[in-house]
Design a protein around this ligand. Structure first.
Ligand SMILES: [Zn+2]
Length: 406
């Protein structure tokens, strides 16, 4: 088979032909021309058009490489007279309108972009970062338009911060299928409302049963308004996070109080206090017990944290509630201000905490995805613009269908 024929078949050309293949230094140039008088298609509506209006100047498209030689397609696109759209540039079968790479290359880039950073993907294919960004955004647009939308029952709402908490995004997961449903800029009520109104819509909001989230009034209001039938469950991991913050605050204020010599002993004790005790090494346990012997506010904080964790084991709501009330009373008597603050938060959110005993659901189910988002954010210093970051999250976590390969 001639190379021309091979390439024509690969590109599935019907109204075009390959006229010449030549190597031009480190790349292969493929000249394409019209095949006889075969009808060309309109670039807007893709209908066949009888009449060619004019010939435009030559354009180039990057294609996949052959034995490390990038293939470049060259062709002078025609402008056709479409009966519906008027004079338009023809639809070329190997690329999307306005794209400078072929569909095959775009597809390969989109696939690799799921595994690698955009910079890595660009390097792999000898493209620049912007081209990769454009291809991924296109793939995400296609995926969002064409993805399946089964009814959702359990969702988890979470936030992701970028640039050390200066910029927030809100992410929504389907906890049943463990897939990302939506990403939105910011975490305000106004911003997250779009998830309920635009992404879900009235009909799909009606099937929601459980919404798992942080104790954040904006989210609560939205669920009450758009899915009043759904149960609100405050996420276990977020509650534990608030608890650990309380421990940490006690530790920090104690550290400020200590003298120089004592400080040395207590340095780097943060993880000792936050880790689960059964995960500590022998040496860490020793240090923890010294710490506990020496300082009473830290001891109280530590025991409060550990005894709170019993709550997660309970299966009967009544008993769990009794335990929690007892715990809250003792925390209020602890003379530790951060814990009092935590108790006040628990008290006002109790109706969304106790359902844990029955539902046993948390955003921990999608922790892997949360970590993935973090790594996407770390490896992409180029995301000055939130839209790129959002596209990268959708691309990596939403299992969107990719455009079909040609
Ligand atoms: Zn048309």
């Amino acid at each position: 088979m001639l190379i021309e024929t091979f390439i024509r078949k690969q590109l599935r050309l019907k109204a075009h032909r390959v006229t010449k293949v030549e190597s031009g230094g480190d790349r292969m140039m493929i000249a394409i021309d019209r095949l006889g008088n075969r009808q060309l298609r309109c670039g807007v509506c893709r209908r066949r058009c009888r009449q060619v209006h004019s010939v435009r100047k030559e354009r180039e498209w990057r294609d996949l490489s052959m034995r490390q030689m990038p293939l470049i397609l060259r062709y002078q696109p025609r402008r056709v007279q479409c009966r519906r759209c008027g004079v338009r540039v023809e639809d070329v079968p190997w690329a999307e309108p306005w794209a400078r790479v072929t569909r095959a290359l775009a597809h390969a880039v989109a696939r690799l972009g799921r595994e690698l950073s955009w910079q890595g993907t660009a390097r792999q294919y000898g493209l620049n970062w912007k081209t990769v960004a454009g291809i991924v955004q296109g793939a995400v647009r296609y995926g969002l338009r064409n993805r399946k939308r089964p009814p959702v029952h359990w969702i988890g709402i979470d936030e992701v911060s970028r640039r050390k908490g200066q910029v927030y995004l809100t992410v929504v997961y389907d906890l049943e299928r463990r897939v990302l449903l939506w990403v939105g800029e910011d975490r305000t009520e106004e911003a997250v409302k779009k998830f309920f109104t635009q992404e879900l819509g009235k009909r799909r909001c009606a099937t929601l049963q459980v919404v798992c989230m942080d104790m954040w009034a904006a989210y609560v209001n939205l669920v009450r308004e758009h899915a009043p039938q759904a149960r609100i469950l405050f996420d276990r991991f977020h509650i534990v996070k608030h608890l650990q913050e309380a421990v940490d605050e006690v530790r920090r204020s104690e550290m400020r109080r200590l003298t120089g010599q004592e400080k040395v002993t207590f340095k780097r004790t943060r993880w000792l206090l936050l880790k689960n005790p059964w995960n500590l090494t022998h040496e860490q346990k020793e240090r923890l017990s010294t710490l506990v012997r020496w300082n009473s506010p830290i001891v109280r904080a530590y025991y409060l944290k550990e005894s709170f964790q019993l709550f997660w084991e309970y299966k009967r709501e009544k008993r769990a509630q009794d335990l929690l009330c007892k715990w809250m009373r003792s925390a209020m008597c602890s003379r530790l201000e951060p814990f009092k603050k935590f108790v006040r938060m628990l008290r006002s959110h109790l109706s969304g905490i106790l359902p844990w005993t029955k539902l046993r659901l948390s955003n921990g189910a999608v922790e892997g995805m949360n970590n993935k988002i973090k790594s996407i954010s770390h490896r992409s210093f180029g995301f000055r613009n939130a839209q790129y970051f959002i596209a990268a999250i959708y691309h990596g976590c939403a299992r969107l269908p990719l455009p079909e390969e040609i």
